[in-house]
Design a protein around this ligand. Structure first.
Ligand code: ATP
Length: 337
């Protein structure tokens, strides 16, 4: 299998301890106990077989560079979390990986295939490996939960209704929704919507499942249940899960690896255990959820500066327009004289 060139990973360890990516297929975890799992998750990301490889990924919107030179490997058969302060580009990174946005520079390798320069037809094939759980579950309000879960099977396969039913019931059972399938999204709780969205994301047996803030809008107890479910399903399916979240306790319960983004860049990608003991001041502040530190008001200042910049640009454009008008008027005046 082809693979991206090795990424230099930012790490707390000295450079000579950084390992190259080595192909090795690891069976999924066996334990559902978070503390036990954390204790056994002291793996080096670089020693595992990667399924997603980012190399120098850069994405800007106008003059705003949201992602700059992002490089890291997401290991296969593991749960990785992508974290970082609000507005730091987590969702943009997710959209870039799944091909909804195109990076300005860099490479994205999915399961050994570079996708940025791929033809649409091939990209479609690669996308079949993905399942995505969007923040609100992205369910169709006019379909009941059964039809929502069955939707990708009807849309993307030629399976018989009997087979679709078997798979839909299997996925609904996985997320504990078998008794609620005739309800519509508007009739169920936020947690049930997430579970239905998860069942739908799993319908085509994806190798990689992306979660965009799965905890949003849920109370802490529902988040804990959802985390348990996520962990259990990852163990049962052996798929690679990539979760975008702000929720540190949730990351502690579910993730094997964590990427932290800050000011357009990757601060670090490492095992969750490693993140806890890392003494990088950005990581420490983020993991502890503290107000004081490099993350904070200066981020707001960055945002303000951009807004201010735009206002200044608009004012300059207005000045230029009125200067042009004055010039025109003067020219008119000269001509009239
Ligand atoms: N299509 C777009 N056009 C212009 N700017 C965009 C677009 N999408 C995202 N951005 C900008 O990119 C930046 C990062 O957005 P993104 O949604 O990825 O942040 P995030 O880290 O996911 O934030 P949050 O945690 O609050 O969801 C923001 O400043 C946002 O305004």
């Amino acid at each position: 299998m082809r693979r991206a060139p090795s990424a230099r990973r930012p790490t707390c360890a000295p450079a000579d301890r950084q390992e190259e990516v080595a192909p090795r297929r690891i069976p999924p975890h066996q334990s559902t106990d978070a503390s036990q799992r954390l204790a056994t998750t002291h793996e080096e990301a670089g020693t595992l077989e990667p399924i997603i490889q980012l190399r120098g990924v850069t994405k800007s919107f106008g003059s705003h560079t949201v992602l700059e030179d992002i490089s890291f490997d997401i290991p296969r058969n593991r749960i990785s979390a992508i974290m970082g302060p609000s507005g730091t580009g987590k969702s943009v990174l997710l959209k870039t990986i799944i091909g909804l946005l195109r990076p300005d520079r860099g490479e994205i390798w999915i399961d050994g295939e570079e996708t940025v320069r791929m033809r649409e037809r091939d990209l479609y094939r690669v996308r079949r490996k993905f399942g995505v759980l969007f923040q609100d579950g992205a369910l169709f309000g006019s379909l009941d939960l059964y039809d929502n879960i069955a939707f990708p099977l009807r849309e993307h396969t030629r399976k018989s209704e009997g087979e679709i039913r078997r798979i839909t019931m299997e996925k609904a059972s996985l997320v504990g929704l078998v008794d609620h399938l005739r309800k519509f999204p508007g009739e169920v709780s936020g947690g049930m919507k997430k579970r239905a969205g998860l069942a739908r994301a799993l319908a085509l047996d994806p190798e990689i499942v992306f979660f965009d803030e799965p905890d949003s809008g849920l109370d802490p107890v529902r988040v804990a249940y959802l985390d348990e479910l996520v962990r259990k399903i990852q163990e049962e399916t052996g798929a690679t899960f990539t979760i975008i979240t702000h929720n540190i306790p949730s990351v502690m319960r579910t993730a094997d690896f964590v990427a932290v983004l800050f000011r357009s860049g990757l601060v670090r990608f490492a095992s969750t255990q490693d993140m806890i003991t890392c003494d990088d001041h950005i990581i420490r502040q983020f993991m502890a959820g503290r107000a004081g530190g490099p993350i904070g008001m200066d981020e707001l200042a960055t945002e303000r500066t951009e807004v201010e910049n735009e206002l200044v640009e608009r004012a300059a454009a207005r000045d230029e327009a009125s200067r042009d008008r004055r010039e025109l008027e003067r020219a008119h005046g000269v001509m009239q004289v």
